[in-house]
Design a protein around this ligand. Structure first.
Ligand SMILES: Cc1cc2nc3c(=O)[nH]c(=O)nc-3n(C[C@H](O)[C@H](O)[C@H](O)COP(=O)(O)O)c2cc1C
Length: 369
């Protein structure tokens, strides 16, 4: 029997009404300028994908030191804020609510892209050894990161606040804090990368302190109900190792209850960064963590229309993100609605380059099919 689609039910997130439960999740595409300034190409890309109920920007760095790769946009300069405005407007053209994903990569960066030419900083001097850095000349080992001082930490927390303020100025409705995929906040959470002995390391209370400092700082510039948090609780991608992930992430989710956040965004266990892998042995069922959270839950990772509907029907998720499907199908919600076939993802042009593989995927309305 045909089930009623829930993906097209409206939902309230952060006090705003979304006309569907389809999310464009954060997708780095490396089409900003070398200075991290958004481009006209990005405007077109987001305009094409404006059918989502919620559009989350690609990872957007809070400071020049926060990046790992070229042509990732930022939200730390006036020029960037001004250039984001038309992009955000384009994403809102059909009524989507638009959030900026705020990003600091920590030890996943490299001296070649650091402003001072020195190795990046992280919670502790523990390098990533299970993976290699994607440099312009090929894969090279990660460096031993420099340990952040408490003054450095205070500076980064402040930069998150400034970036949140800038996001509001650029027209974003809210921000998503990137606390997933082994980036800086996740590096503080996991005891494999956080060996600190000060108030930012050791106990769970201490390892989660940085996350809470950042949320509190951002909440000076926009209401907590406009702040979402993204976690990848089961992923050990980029050496995100912890001695007890279930305890760690269930604690984090419990702590987030009561802050009145916009949403919790959970990445499914079979996702390693941007690819699908086998579920890690110690993976935590998404439904288990979603069940702990009091507010709106977004789930992303490996889903299609049918599995997305199931997540909504069984109550695991309130909204569902579709990453790779949205890259290849700019009019994904429309295709879901009319049960149209989907375009396959092409490898060329995923990261960097020009329009090819970026804004040249057809929409049904424009392709005339
Ligand atoms: C090209 C590409 C870029 C991505 N960039 C980001 C990013 O900037 N921030 C982030 O949190 N996740 C990023 N992801 C992960 C996606 O948000 C999503 O979790 C992942 O693709 C799994 O969902 P899917 O199976 O629907 O594609 C990226 C994924 C891809 C394929």
């Amino acid at each position: 029997m045909e089930q009623r689609s829930r993906l097209f039910d409206s939902v309230v997130v952060g006090g705003q009404l979304l006309r569907n439960r389809i999310v464009l999740p954060p997708l780095t595409r490396s089409r900003a300028t070398d200075d991290g300034v958004p481009t006209r190409l990005m405007e077109e890309y987001y305009r094409q994908r404006a059918g989502a109920g919620l559009v989350i920007s690609e990872g957007t760095v809070i400071a020049p030191q926060a990046t790992a790769y070229a042509r990732v946009p930022g939200l730390y300069s006036a020029e960037q804020v001004a250039a984001w405005r038309p992009v955000v407007e384009a994403a809102k053209r059909d009524g989507a609510v638009v959030y900026a994903q705020l990003w600091h990569v920590g030890r996943q960066s490299h001296s070649s892209v650091q402003p001072d030419g020195l190795p990046p900083k992280g919670p502790s001097a523990v390098p990533i050894t299970g993976y290699q850095y994607r440099s312009p000349i090929g894969r090279i080992p990660y460096e031993v990161p420099r340990e952040l001082t408490t003054a450095d930490i205070a500076e980064i927390v402040e930069a998150y606040g400034t970036a949140a303020r800038n996001a509001v100025r650029a027209g974003f409705d809210g921000v998503e804090l990137h606390a997933a995929n082994g980036y800086l906040i996740d590096q503080f959470l996991n005891d494999g990368s956080n060996r600190r002995t000060d108030r930012y390391g050791g106990s769970l209370e201490n390892r989660t302190r940085f996350l809470h400092d950042v949320i509190a700082e951002m909440a000076h510039y926009l209401p907590a109900e406009r702040i979402g948090v993204r976690l990848s609780p089961s992923s050990d991608w980029m050496d995100a190792h912890d001695s007890d992930k279930r305890l760690l992430y269930s604690t984090v989710v419990r702590q987030l209850n009561g802050l009145g956040l916009a949403y919790l965004h959970l990445v499914e266990p079979e996702i390693a960064g941007s690819t699908t892998v086998d579920r890690p042995a110690d993976s935590i069922p998404t439904a288990e963590l979603a069940g702990i959270f009091d507010g709106v839950v977004i789930v992303t990772g490996g889903h299609d229309q049918a599995s997305g509907e199931r997540l909504l029907a069984d109550g695991t998720a309130d909204l569902v993100g579709f990453g790779r499907l949205f890259i290849a199908n700019p009019d994904l919600p429309h295709r879901f609605l009319i049960q149209a076939p989907l375009e396959p993802l092409r490898h060329a042009g995923i990261y960097g380059g020009g329009p090819e593989g970026y804004i040249d995927y057809p929409s049904l309305a424009t392709s005339g099919s």
